[in-house]
Design a protein around this ligand. Structure first.
Ligand SMILES: [Zn+2]
Length: 345
């Protein structure tokens, strides 16, 4: 698609966003909380996931992201601290705690540095906890501040997740509107490693304007380019969030979320590239119209295999999968090469 058309669409989305209400909810309670299984040092453990309500992502302009609904206007540092206290009251000796926001934990405008320190100090007092995991855009990762937080956490570990999405600058700029390039990711990734933290990198499967085959290839190339620096890869298949460019295209029949077969393909290829490092995939809305899906018949068994693979890293879980729709998926991959626009079915 030409750049001018792309700009027009992004302006339109900007307009939709302006009219969309920001999130609603109690400023003293996290936006969402749940528990999930994770692997730590090769063993299954429990993780507590907390999504804090903050003022939200400072960038807030990616084509697929609808997480601004978890933000709240006028939220104060005190409100955020109350949310953390609530989360701690729900802590049940999990070994991992993931503190997410709808933006960047390390953005001092979203969570001022003194508050970051307070939160980390509180969490570091949790007895059974081993790893604290947070997310950030690369521009907010500073060596000095991160080093300071690492000292507060010690001897627990810190994991920083960066949403790179793609190692291809054209995809970052035109398909995602990410606002940074691959070189900025690399600089921040280096800081994370130098500070002694663990690095997780999110890779996005099927941003808009890519055909299914191109989307798979983009993920595989991206994993290849980060294999030496990241500790973990987390594959995120696009799901259709409200008030996004992706939804705008989807409603017009110009976008289909990725097939689950494509997810399986990337996980298999990614595992080959990463060897002993972990690659996992948490699917939101899997098997539904707005999420990654297959034909409807096989979705649950494929999702189940993806979940088990994400924990135990055994590609053997994929070998038993079979459904007639795998031929339709393969045909689509071939057909799209000869068509001008993605095949939507
Ligand atoms: Zn099927």
């Amino acid at each position: 698609m030409e750049e001018e058309k792309m700009r027009e669409i992004h302006e339109l989305i900007e307009d939709i966003r302006q009219r969309a209400t920001s999130g609603k909810g109690d400023p003293h309670l996290p936006a969402r909380m749940w528990r999930e299984e994770e692997i730590l040092n090769g063993k299954p453990v429990k993780a507590l996931v907390v999504v804090l309500r903050t003022s939200g992502c400072r960038w807030n302009a990616c084509s697929m992201c609808g997480y601004f609904k978890d933000s709240l206007k006028g939220i104060s540092p005190d409100d955020i601290l109350k949310q953390v206290d609530y989360a701690i009251s729900e802590y049940r000796n999990e070994e991992i705690i993931k503190i997410f926001t709808s933006g960047s934990f390390l953005d001092p405008q979203e969570i001022e540095f003194s508050l970051q320190k307070k939160i980390i100090e509180k969490l570091s007092g949790l007895k059974n906890l081993k790893v604290i995991s947070v997310e950030s855009r690369p521009e907010f990762i500073s060596y000095d501040r991160l080093n300071h937080l690492m000292k507060l956490i010690h001897p627990k570990s810190m994991e920083i997740s960066i949403g790179l999405e793609s190692a291809n600058d054209k995809v970052l700029q035109y398909s995602i509107n990410k606002g940074f390039g691959f070189s900025e990711y690399l600089e921040s990734a280096k800081i994370v490693k130098e500070a002694g933290a663990l690095l997780k990198t999110y890779i996005l499967l099927k941003p808009p304007f890519l055909r299914e085959r191109e989307a798979i290839d983009d993920c595989v190339h991206s994993i290849e380019k980060i294999k030496d620096i990241t500790d973990t890869v987390s594959l995120n298949p696009v799901s259709v969030h409200r008030y996004t460019l992706v939804e705008f295209l989807w409603e017009r029949g110009e976008y289909r979320p990725p097939w689950l077969w494509s997810v399986v393909e990337v996980l298999k290829e990614g595992k080959k590239i990463l060897g002993g490092k972990r690659i996992k995939c948490d699917i939101t809305g899997g098997g539904k119209e707005r999420g990654a899906h297959n034909c409807g018949e096989c979705d649950n068994s494929v999702l189940d295999a993806i979940g088990r693979f994400s924990l135990y890293q055994d590609v053997g879980y994929f070998e038993e999968l079979q459904c007639d729709c795998i031929d339709e998926w393969r045909d689509n991959l071939d057909l799209e090469i000869f068509s001008l626009s993605p095949v939507v079915s």
